[in-house]
Design a protein around this ligand. Structure first.
Ligand SMILES: [Ca+2]
Ligand SMILES: [Ca+2]
Length: 306
């Protein structure tokens, strides 16, 4: 077997070859304390991380795609590095561990979840689904606090949010279809709401048993990269400033630093969102990074491997 460095060089030259890049990822991962094939955890309460190989993909949707939006212009993105992505969104259990360590502001998030968009208390607030369900109500800054806590565990600066292009690359997992499982929405693969129309509102069907709540993380099949809940369950913050012009988005996997940096975007979809926004190419709306209390918005983390 070639030394790792030599194999990395080859993989960078031929980044389009997924077979080669899979070998690259395996090479990187061989140096890690693995909990499974291509997966690892850095501490007991840390998220399980899955290694995603380098590759080239077309971000965005063709103009023929039903329900597409104008900000999804297609362009090629080359990700020349492997990176790790949490298998699912960060859970309440993981968030609570950060709160117990004093690194995450649990009480403020809980208080925010009790308030509606008008800032007034929700009269019939029923609480959130805890434990292995995804954490919700957290701001982009809360996500950054959680990431600082993870980085304190490893004594480095490797954990971070995904960029928007990394998120779409990881969600597509080598596919060019509307969803990774095909061109039609399906409640066998995601917790989301209505199939038709563009209204909000939960819906249960088939494997999707949840109407008005999140589902436990990874209740649905993982995609070809081994990641779950890349579509549905909860929206997930990404690192980027919001660049509405797809032609100006970075093509190397990095996060956009142009556009509107007073807001941050998120990806995926949620239990109360519709099939239109469940699409791999969908770019969600944006919020100010201090926005807390949204019961459909959480995050997942990435880790730089080099
Ligand atoms: Ca549902
Ligand atoms: Ca959109």
């Amino acid at each position: 077997m070639r030394p790792c460095a030599a194999r990395i060089g080859i993989a960078l030259v031929i980044a389009a070859s997924l077979a080669m890049t899979a070998g690259f990822a395996a090479c990187i991962n061989a140096d890690r304390a693995d909990s499974g094939a291509g997966a690892f955890k850095d501490c007991g309460a840390c998220p399980e991380m899955v290694v995603v190989p380098p590759g080239i993909f077309v971000m965005g949707s063709p103009e023929t795609e039903k329900n597409r939006d104008a900000d999804e212009g297609q362009h090629s993105v080359a990700i020349a590095y492997p990176f790790a992505v949490s298998k699912g969104p960060v859970t309440w259990d993981q968030w609570d561990a950060c709160v117990r360590d004093g690194a995450c502001d649990g009480p403020s998030v809980e208080a925010a979840l009790r308030l509606g968009r008008d800032g007034k208390p929700i009269r019939d607030y029923a609480g959130h689904a805890p434990g292995h369900h995804p954490v919700v109500g957290v701001s982009w800054w809360d996500a950054q606090a959680f990431i600082r806590w993870l980085n304190s565990k490893i004594g480095g600066n490797k954990y971070r949010l995904l960029s928007e292009s990394e998120f779409e690359y990881a969600a597509r997992a080598g596919t060019a279809t509307v969803y990774w499982w095909g061109d039609e929405p399906s409640h066998e693969y995601a917790n989301y709401g209505k199939d038709a129309g563009q209204d909000l509102g939960g819906w249960a069907e088939g494997r999707d048993q949840w109407v008005d709540s999140t589902s436990p993380v990874c209740s649905f099949p993982a995609n070809a990269f081994g990641l779950c809940d890349m579509h549905g369950n909860v929206y997930q913050w990404v690192e980027d400033c919001y660049e509405s012009d797809a032609n100006l988005l970075p093509t190397d996997g990095s996060a956009a630093e142009s556009g509107d940096c007073a807001v941050r975007g998120f990806r995926s979809n949620s239990f109360e969102s519709n099939a239109k926004t469940l699409r791999s190419a969908n770019r969600a709306f944006v919020y100010a990074p201090d926005t807390r209390g949204r019961p459909y918005l959480g995050f997942r983390v990435a880790k730089t491997l080099r």
